[in-house]
Design a protein around this ligand. Structure first.
Ligand SMILES: Cc1cc2nc3c(=O)[nH]c(=O)nc-3n(C[C@H](O)[C@H](O)[C@H](O)COP(=O)(O)O)c2cc1C
Length: 194
């Protein structure tokens, strides 16, 4: 593959809003496997492979919605609590075909700094997202404060030191949806050569 082809795929990757996803359209097990294989090739220090994913599809999406509601209550001061947001939390997971919890599982030996483990998980998500984009499958990374709450970590059964880094909404775009575009910015303005 030439660099131009890789660059094209990278530039094509977009976040697809869950509201534009066809929640009923199946994602084959074969495709899920390809997505997680792509994730699994992410760079990671000392090969700790800290990424973990839990896929909630079908009725299991209800559990995520309920856990988000509990976590929202936990993470939101009473004065800021909004009933509308609370109700939406239960419905949101049903907009996508599946919701995938992104987890950084801490290596018990703590052989590398935590920031490196988080970076490795983000790389894994990027790989997965690129693979999904290549076949036109929509992905949206969502990280409301509720996903960082202790009750949400307990819901996911996280081990000591592990962290949830948000949720991926995954689904095929509804028929007629146009793939979003993004205005590019000046890449070289963020680079210094010395
Ligand atoms: C770590 C991380 C967390 C994110 N959390 C949210 C979020 O909570 N809500 C949201 O609207 N977008 C979230 N996004 C997606 C960004 O909004 C999106 O990547 C950005 O708008 C650029 O669009 P693109 O992905 O289509 O290039 C998140 C992205 C990352 C990398």
């Amino acid at each position: 593959m030439q660099i131009d082809e890789v660059s094209k795929l990278i530039a094509k990757r977009r976040s697809i809003k869950p509201a534009t996803m066809d929640a009923d359209r199946e994602i084959s097990h074969e495709l899920w496997q390809k997505l997680f294989e792509a994730a699994n090739w992410a760079p990671n220090h000392r090969l700790t492979e800290p990424w973990r994913f839990t896929v909630f599809a079908g009725d299991a999406r209800k559990e995520v919605g309920e856990a988000l509601q509990v976590a929202y209550k936990e993470a939101t001061p009473e004065s800021e609590f909004q009933e509308i947001k609370y109700e939406k939390m239960a419905k949101n997971p049903f907009m996508a075909h599946a919701v995938v919890a992104i987890v950084m599982e801490r290596d018990p030996k703590e052989s590398v700094p935590e920031v490196e483990e988080v970076a490795a998980v983000a790389s894994a998500v990027q790989n997965l997202h690129l693979a999904a984009s290549s076949v036109g499958l929509g992905v949206f990374w969502s990280s409301p404060p509720a996903t960082y709450a202790e009750s949400f970590a307990n819901f996911l059964g996280l081990k000591e030191g592990s962290r949830c880094l948000g949720l991926l909404y995954v689904g095929w775009p509804k028929e007629g949806t146009t793939w979003p575009t993004r205005k590019g910015s000046d890449a070289m303005a963020k680079v210094v050569f010395k």
